[in-house]
Design a protein around this ligand. Structure first.
Ligand SMILES: O=C(O)c1ccc[n+]([C@@H]2O[C@H](COP(=O)([O-])O)[C@@H](O)[C@H]2O)c1
Ligand SMILES: Cc1cc2nc[nH]c2cc1C
Length: 360
């Protein structure tokens, strides 16, 4: 059996740099506080970088964690499982929404197949040019979580180790901002179960429309979530066992990635309900990790609202986006870039010879 995966502890972002950024904002040529949340966002990035003004963001990386889910066979999605492999090919060809959004904001996309339900040989072929992609493949799909564990212990450790290694690779290659995206038919069922388990919520309050399911599918999905939640209950306080029971290799790797990004002091933009569910588990694995995350957007999935509340994160955008792939997070990247550049490039009152506020 493989060894359990250990994570170092998380240290908080640098408070003096945050303070310096907030103080600098008082001296920039604008009424005090007038850039609103953009000011706090820049201060957060200054704290993450440990310097004020912060460096411009130059290497934002989006990692799409792809995997299939056995529970899809219960009829819980509006699309068939084969779409996962087809979309992985689309990502690699550059034709998916995330490719276009990433190109628009100057970010790069990396796709990693953790458990796509296709032949490993296909994955190897598709991974040509991205050798790391197939190297991290843990298995094909996952157990149907309403009736069996998603993964074995060994697979859970392998997926966590994969996510940790991917974060290390990205940080070592100079990433200054990370996004965890997801692709996997059926993954909103697994995400909803994780969120319900970790927030003590009833199935009907976490079930969402996913890819756009009809009412009959909603009933099957709710039943699957109910059954999986019953299986998850005994391991709710054990994050690794919870991942083994109801997550799947893609979400498990994402949790490892989010945990390790925080350990490595690298800021992350969270996406929708799937990255949110992984983030809830990552915060259990390495408490304090949430200080390294910002919520890029609010997904209409009800479980996402629970994630945001539990992690005390206020999303930057509310665009009714429910695609996944990291698209909601990537749409928020321009705000992060602006927040940094404002601190670095705006003139101060002194420099511009502009009168400051009247009064004391
Ligand atoms: O990120 C979200 O909040 C989100 C909400 C709904 C659907 N998705 C995407 O849709 C797929 C899962 O939907 P489903 O209905 O098959 O569970 C998966 O590929 C996700 O990336 C993602
Ligand atoms: C086409 C398609 C693209 C996706 N991207 C993320 N989830 C998806 C689900 C479907 C069905």
């Amino acid at each position: 059996m493989t060894d359990p995966v250990e994570f170092d502890t998380v240290s908080p972002p640098d408070e003096p740099s945050r303070e310096a950024a907030l103080t600098r904002h008082e001296r920039l040529t604008k009424p005090r506080g007038s850039l609103g949340r953009l000011e706090r966002l820049g201060a957060w990035l200054a704290a993450c970088q440990g310097q004020c003004p912060p460096r411009p963001l130059e290497r934002a990386r989006i990692v799409v964690f792809a995997g299939d889910h056995g529970v899809a066979a219960r009829g819980v999605s509006a699309y068939p499982s084969e779409v996962t492999a087809q979309m992985v090919a689309n990502f690699r060809a550059g034709g998916a929404a995330i490719n276009v959004l990433a190109a628009s904001v100057g970010a790069q996309v990396r796709v990693v197949d953790l458990a796509v339900d296709s032949d490993a040989a296909d994955a190897d072929a598709a991974d040509a040019g991205d050798t790391a992609g197939s190297a991290y493949r843990v298995r094909r799909s996952s157990g149907s979580i309403d009736a069996e564990d998603a993964l074995t212990d060994d697979e859970t450790h392998a997926a966590l180790a994969a996510g940790r290694a991917i974060a290390d690779e990205e940080v070592d290659a100079g990433a200054d901002l990370l996004v965890a995206g997801d692709m996997g038919i059926g993954n909103t069922t697994a995400a909803a179960v994780l969120v319900a388990a970790l927030t003590g919520t009833e199935p009907v309050a976490v079930v969402g429309r996913g890819t756009g399911i009809d009412d009959a599918t909603w009933m099957r999905k709710t039943a699957a979530i109910r059954d999986a939640l019953r299986r998850a209950k005994p391991v709710t306080a054990e994050p690794v066992a919870l991942l083994r029971t109801v997550a799947g290799a893609d979400i498990t790797a994402m949790a490892g990635f989010l945990a390790q990004a925080a350990v490595r002091r690298t800021p992350v933009v969270l996406d929708g309900v799937v990255s949110g569910a992984a983030a809830l588990v990552a915060e259990e694995l390495v408490p304090g990790a949430r200080a390294w995350w910002v919520a890029g957007h609010r997904s209409p999935e009800p479980a996402h609202a629970l994630v945001l509340e539990q992690l005390d994160l206020d999303p930057l955008l509310d665009m009714a986006m429910r695609l996944g792939e990291g698209t909601g997070a990537t749409a928020a990247i321009p705000l992060l870039s602006m927040s940094v550049r404002v601190l670095a490039e705006m003139a101060t009152f002194d420099e511009a010879g502009i009168s400051g506020p009247t009064g004391p």
